[in-house]
Design a protein around this ligand. Sequence first.
Ligand code: NAD
Length: 425
Amino acid sequence: MVAEKAAASSTENEQMDVLHSTRVVVKNALDKLGYPDEVYQLLKEPIRMLSVRIPVRMDDGSIKIFTGYRAQHNDAVGPTKGGVRFHPDVTEKEVKALSIWMSLKAGIVDLPYGGGKGGIICDPREMSFRELEGLSRGYVRAISQIVGPTKDIPAPDVFTNSQIMAWMMDEYSRIDEYNSPGFITGKPIVLGGSHGRESATAKGVTICINEAAKKKGIELKGARVIVQGFGNAGSFLSKFLHDAGAKVIAISDAYGAIHDPNGLDIDYLLDRRDSFGTVTNLFDTTISNKDMLELDCDILVPAAVENQITAENAPNIKAKIVVEAANGPTTMEGTKILTDRGILLVPDVMASAGGVTVSYFEWVQNNQGYYWSEAEIDEKLHEIMIKSFNTIYKTAQTRRIDMRLAAYMVGVRKMAEAARFRGWV
Ligand code: NAD
């Protein structure tokens, strides 16, 4: 991996730098909207970035110190909001980029939030339940001064779940000395979680796939779909697509991929996957993630990690539609190649905005102490996602730009306007 990275040219390194590529598109979007450079200077970095050290007593009695981050991109529109990622590859740059993407998502689906994001460098797959609880609580103590229901509201992301949100909410409630369900979203239902939150990202992606398929004249029933990642986003998505009559012909996790041109048994896979979204270890015959992305299919959904579609493999992608459930799965060059080849690319900041939308519903329900049914949540989510998708699609068509730039234009506008009205720029 290190050798591979060293061999990459500087341009490729820049391509793989998610913060750099995010800034380039933000700048392009602001230029197209006619904003002066000072707006870009404000928005190219989070307004607040906290780096913390978290001591945790491990099961063997030793103390291990973990590094964590919390980025608050911009709070001109309202409190910042965004998930917390537990992953060995977390970096400061990645957390910054993720916080900018959250601001854009909030703008796209018109929520009263700015973007935030957190991450801890750790491998939860190698930690016990007790150690994870210690780490989750330690992180909240370390960031408690800058977060809160009206300041910055965390949520789940890669390798974090409703149990981790419950520990974090409990720790914050102890610090704050009152029950604070609105501090965090993605909680278990009994602690003020919202119906439909767990599957919200996947539902939003499914709505985008439906809309994109209509634009491309593809019938979802019978369409061949590949989903990379079988965690929260990828597994629910596979189930929704399978139930809608699509043929999910390949899925993957961090260790490899499985492929069946006749369609996989999604219910079986859902039943057997572990809590980290691992399932391919149950099969003798697997293929690599790299090979899976290039298989023949109609729709490809990256739902795992960043930088999966690059200049190297974009020319070989066979899908007619790529819908980004993951954050940052396609590099700038990858985006250009797919767009030039006439492949419809629905960008992450649009496709995965269903998660933050239902997180917003959860926060509203917590604040008012009155809870909605799953049917009400679904209806509201549906309306928001369809409206946002079509606004962005139309912007892309009329301006003759790709959907990523169109999404950034729609997403950045509210934040830029709010900062202007506040007199910041
Ligand atoms: P998760 O932890 O539940 O699942 C991650 C999946 O990706 C697992 O199947 C894992 O095995 C796989 N994976 C990990 N590393 C991989 C690698 N190097 N190559 C291939 N597969 C790998 O995470 P999630 O919540 O499903 O999130 C997946 C993506 O969706 C992330 O980019 C996340 O930021 C984005 N997202 C999630 C939500 C949400 O609500 N869960 C919302 C918006 C965006």
